[in-house]
Design a protein around this ligand. Sequence first.
Ligand SMILES: NC(=O)c1ccc[n+]([C@@H]2O[C@H](COP(=O)([O-])OP(=O)(O)OC[C@H]3O[C@@H](n4cnc5c(N)ncnc54)[C@H](OP(=O)(O)O)[C@@H]3O)[C@@H](O)[C@H]2O)c1
Length: 195
Amino acid sequence: MMNIEGEEMRKPIRLIAAACRDMGIGKDGQIPWCLPKEFQFLLDTITAVSAPGKKNLIVWGRICWFSCPETVFPLANCINLVLSRKMISVPPHAHYLCKDFDSIIRLVSEPPLCHTVEVIWILGGTEVYKESLEHPWCDLIYLTDIMANFECDVFFPEFDPNIFRKQKSFPGVPDEIIEENGIKFQFQVFKKIKN
Ligand SMILES: NC(=O)c1ccc[n+]([C@@H]2O[C@H](COP(=O)([O-])OP(=O)(O)OC[C@H]3O[C@@H](n4cnc5c(N)ncnc54)[C@H](OP(=O)(O)O)[C@@H]3O)[C@@H](O)[C@H]2O)c1
């Protein structure tokens, strides 16, 4: 996509999630585990920018948005966008409301966001993850492996491991197994091979 000056306005789209053994990510609108260090890693990752004034666009499905504790807001360096077909006004702490995925792409391709947004971080849930994985701008999946079984009713979508390759190590991402509240987990990054 080009802006009015004809510049390429492509922004990396990155998914971030934590999934347990059967790829479950949620139950009854909540995250089934309590792993503060894992959550802090997510916050540190989505708020990181390369220079002052730069921002990341954080994309939330409606249920994810309303299940997030209000205490995390404001998120430094972040512009929050909620996806919903039903909502008619931007909820407190959010900056934008979009009714479909294509509207997000249009929004970041035009001023003012085309000048400030560095990364589009996708925080879920399932449908938003699915659409993001299929988008040509998607380059990375940050997917924490929660090494335990939890009952879930929402799942991370399947993706092709030949297209998104697991990285042995990745800058800024601890690669050791971490244990918290008796639960082991490991951060993982999957990188899309160039096509
Ligand atoms: N473990 C993790 O890393 C992780 C990450 C994310 C979420 N979760 C968990 O997953 C669950 C929430 O995920 P979910 O999949 O059930 O719900 P969700 O994606 O958060 O919310 C679903 C709603 O978002 C809107 N929406 C989603 N995709 C859309 C699209 N393409 N265009 C327009 N609107 C769209 C719709 O809202 P309307 O109905 O208003 O139209 C839809 O009903 C919770 O349990 C949460 O805790 C876990």
